[in-house]
Design a binder for this molecule. Structure first.
Ligand SMILES: [Zn+2]
Length: 233
């Protein structure tokens, strides 16, 4: 199972009361040249909960935040004029969405939830403040890092580097190794060396570059799981 630490909520951006099937969404996303429906779970108007893309597969629902997330969409999200965002969730949908969120949280030990618009300020999706509404279910949210998809390497800086170095620091602490590493938003020589050390320690390609394999391996490491390679041997 891929590491998942965040649920992201969406709407289909269709008018109140209009049913939308998984097949229809699949068609929209195929038309964008994606490998079919990008969401993992679909919440219908009548409260039915349906599977979209298998949860084991990385979704296609929010730019730069597909690694490490699961995408849940409810049908609706606009007024009769589809250019006007509206929280159109029926009572059945609200109940089903809540149940889905709790199930996912407990099944994968997910510690964070966001709405699509929290990562794309140009979008209204999911037409309500998901973080605020479900904050009581995710008390650790503020300290749980988002796993961005971008590659990180020496010379980079910003919050994604800080998230990575915080993970390195936590891992170093877990195994009580003496590398001097603190969370920093600058990917400097030290961060590169510690990244290489981590990669060697886990038996993956030791190039000092943080890509999907290194991120996945870190999620395994922090969850106390053996290196992925060990499973293959
Ligand atoms: Zn969305």
């Amino acid at each position: 199972m891929r590491p998942i630490n965040e649920i992201i909520i969406h709407c289909t951006a269709t008018p109140a009361g209009r049913p939308v099937s998984v097949d229809e969404i699949n068609g929209w996303h195929l038309a964008r040249n994606w490998s079919g429906i990008g969401y993992h779970r679909v919440i219908h108007l009548d409260g039915r909960r349906e599977a979209g893309r298998p949860i084991e597969q990385i979704g296609a629902h929010v730019e730069e935040h597909n690694t490490g997330t699961v995408g849940v969409v409810y049908v609706g999200g606009t007024a009769s004029n589809i250019h006007v965002a509206a929280d159109t969730r029926t009572p059945e949908q609200k109940q089903a969405l809540l149940a889905e969120i709790i199930d996912l949280r407990d099944r994968f030990n997910i510690r964070k939830l966001s709405g699509h618009r929290d990562y794309d300020k140009g979008k209204a999706c999911p037409s309500f403040d998901a973080r605020a509404e479900y904050a009581y279910l995710f008390p650790d949210s503020a300290v749980t890092y988002t796993i961005g998809d971008q590659m990180l390497r020496r010379g980079d800086h910003g919050p994604a580097v800080e998230a990575w170095t915080e993970q390195l620091r936590r891992f170093r602490e877990m195994i009580d190794h003496k590398w001097p590493i603190e969370a920093t938003d600058v990917f400097d020589h030290t961060v590169e060396m510690v990244t290489i050390w981590f990669q060697k320690h886990r038996g993956i390609v030791a190039d000092g570059v943080v890509g999907p394999q290194t991120r996945d391996e870190m999620m395994r490491a922090l969850a106390g799981k053996p290196p992925y390679r060990a499973l293959l041997e």
